[in-house]
Write a protein that binds this ligand. Structure first.
Ligand code: TXA
Ligand code: MG
Length: 351
């Protein structure tokens, strides 16, 4: 019965965690769920272990990794100092989707920090991640568990699609909750600066520590290099050419129809990144071959949760041209729009 099945499932995940923890202790890389996306973990105090993360992902070595801890006692082994505002943020949002940039301890492997004097640290809000890091007994460096250039994985099967045969294992904890990565904030500058929008919103941060800035290089067309090294890479561009259309309906819908008609005229397989509000319309539209909804516009948490899976699905179905709606940038919308703009490689049409 259900009771027994649940107990068996729990036991299985226990042995998975014990096995994964001993792999981590032995310097291997293992993927695991967090509340944001799946991470690819290794002992953050060992260069030899961390090297395997870069190799498995095909990640450029000038892009530093986030270090994950399970308890505050682990913080001194990672960071040499905790500014007052950082402590306030940890109090308010840990465990949770917030990465805080701190001056690094010299115990952290140099490959983790990519030679910087700072380190990004977070305590994930996921029982499997916390149990695994606790059992490993060392801080765990973990980027998202995708091949470089692919969307971050939100299920164990996304991880396997990218990394099977290249990593020691994956602990399957089902689909992740938040769906986009953690917010990265630098509190070593004043006022503090968001280097990557994510699961904790600017509004939430400002409630706790007052005004925070946004890395100005988020703006489309900015020419400076972003301060978070990872933000400069084309994180993910689908195989197909993706465009966002911004503005008000009905002009947005008219423009999208026009773009799809043109693409079909060129013989391309088309896709629409839609919402619950628009999906039925697009499913009935002859020029839209693949229509994927990311949920209701009124529920940005749902949109964030489903976004990366939808982008992977477009690739899997061989779509060559994608048009998508945009979202207001408040709250979680800032992270959603940042990821969409990256996927579209900055191709936005304003109508
Ligand atoms: O939600 C997340 O943060 C996920 C899960 C697995 O925890 N991890 C994740 O890691 O997204 P990754 O490596 O894919 O992204 C880390 C981002 C990159 O943009 C990197 O450049 C930035 O954080 N970063 C890391 N350390 C930094 C530092 N010391 N200074 C500035 N940026 C840093
Ligand atoms: Mg990543």
């Amino acid at each position: 019965d259900n009771h027994v099945e649940n107990a068996v499932e729990k036991l299985e995940s226990c042995t998975q965690i014990v096995d994964a923890a001993s792999l981590l202790k032995n310097g291997e890389v293992v993927a695991f769920p967090t509340e944001t996306v799946y991470g690819l973990g290794a002992n953050a105090l060992s260069n030899e272990a961390v090297e395997k993360i870069f190799a498995a992902k095909g990640r450029p070595s000038d892009n530093p990794l986030i270090v994950h801890i399970a308890a505050m006692e682990q913080l001194p082994s990672v960071a040499s100092e905790v500014p007052a505002k950082a402590a306030q943020l940890m109090d308010a949002f840990w465990p949770g989707p917030l990465t805080v940039i701190l001056p690094n301890s010299d115990r952290v492997a140099s490959l983790v920090t990519a030679g910087l004097h700072s380190v990004g640290v977070r305590m994930p809000d996921h029982p499997v991640a916390l149990a695994l890091i606790g059992a490993a007994g060392v801080p765990i460096a973990a980027p998202s568990a995708n091949r470089s250039g692919r969307p971050s994985p939100t299920t164990a099967s996304h991880v396997l699609a990218d990394l099977e045969g290249r990593i020691a294992g994956v602990v399957d904890g089902g689909a992740t909750g938040v769906g986009v990565e953690s917010t990265v904030i630098d509190v070593t500058v004043e006022p503090p600066m968001i280097l990557r929008p994510g699961g904790i919103t600017r509004e939430q941060l400002e409630e706790v520590i007052g005004p925070v800035r946004l890395d100005p290089t988020f703006q489309a067309g900015a020419e400076e290099t972003p301060r978070a090294p990872g933000m400069k890479y084309t994180h993910y561009a689908p195989e197909g050419e993706m465009w966002l259309v911004a503005g008000e309906d009905p002009r947005v819908r008219e423009e999208m129809k026009e773009m799809l008609r043109e693409a079909k005229g060129l013989g391309r397989k088309t896709g629409v990144l839609a919402t619950e509000e628009s999906a039925d319309f697009w499913r009935a539209h002859p020029d839209a071959d693949v229509v994927l909804s990311v949920g209701s516009r009124a529920d940005l948490q749902e949109v964030a949760h489903r976004l990366y899976g939808a982008l992977r699905d477009f690739d899997d179905s061989g779509v060559q041209f994608i048009v998508g709606e945009t979202f207001p940038r408040d709250g979680l919308g800032m992270a959603v729009m940042n990821r969409l703009e990256k996927a579209a490689g900055g191709r936005i049409r304003k109508v």
